[in-house]
Design a protein. Structure first.
Length: 183
């Protein structure tokens, strides 16, 4: 029986760091990112159905792409923005008044191509804003995604709800992890 190699091929070839990277998103990445997101959220009535709106709520200073062997495989689109305090059609479950003086970050779209799920890449993407200098992060979650538990386990709390979406928020403390972006 052949002995199990101690070093993985990618390490031998010194390409480990190329396997998965989180990089700052560039304007020219948007068509590819939107294509990936549209496939994932197909028919759900998500923001990515409207590329103009998706880009409007994407700040290239904070948004990131996930890259594997030079190809974009996912993204976390982020944008500095206060939460929608008076969002029509939403029932609020808490008084958000004290957030009016705080610095908010809107988590617009988090997505990773399905074949890369379950390897910890999505988690790394999800952690990116934890290193950013904001007081809180918030976002919408389509009920049809059925993933609210994932977000509440992570630390988000439901602050409001509409017929088809939850609005969640998480306080961000001082930067607590290193910025995982590689460039
Ligand atoms: C969300 C997503 C990027 C996570 O990537 P992943 O590769 O599945 O997750 P990983 O294996 O890297 O990490 C697992 C963590 O992600 C969370 N997670 C898994 N699937 C998730 C999902 N569909 N939505 C939100 N979080 C999810 C898990 O709770 C887990 O967290 P924990 O380890 O703290 O318990 C990926 O599942 C995805 O693109 N899903 C489709 C799009 C989507 O639902 N985006 C969120 C919109 S609100």
């Amino acid at each position: 029986m052949r002995p199990k190699p101690k070093t993985k091929l990618c390490e031998l070839l010194n390409i480990k760091s190329c396997q998965f990277q989180i990089k700052q998103l560039q304007t020219e990445d948007m068509p590819k990112v939107i294509e990936i997101c549209q496939k994932i959220f197909l028919g759900m009535g998500s923001i990515v159905d409207d590329p103009w709106q998706t880009e409007f709520f994407t700040d290239f200073q904070y948004s990131v792409k996930a890259v594997s062997f030079g190809r974009i495989i996912g993204c976390y689109l982020l944008c500095p923005s206060s939460l929608d305090f008076d969002k029509e059609d939403y029932t609020f479950y808490e008084n958000t008044e004290n957030y009016k003086s705080k610095k908010g970050l809107f988590g617009n779209v988090l997505a990773l191509k399905p074949k890369y799920h379950g390897r910890g890449f999505g988690k790394q993407l999800r952690n990116v804003p934890l290193a950013y200098p904001f007081d809180y992060i918030w976002g919408y979650h389509l009920k049809s995604l059925n993933n609210l538990d994932h977000w509440t386990r992570f630390g988000r709390r439901v602050i409001a709800e509409s017929n088809n979406c939850y609005m969640t928020l998480m306080d961000l403390g001082q930067p607590n992890i290193l910025d995982p972006r590689t460039e």
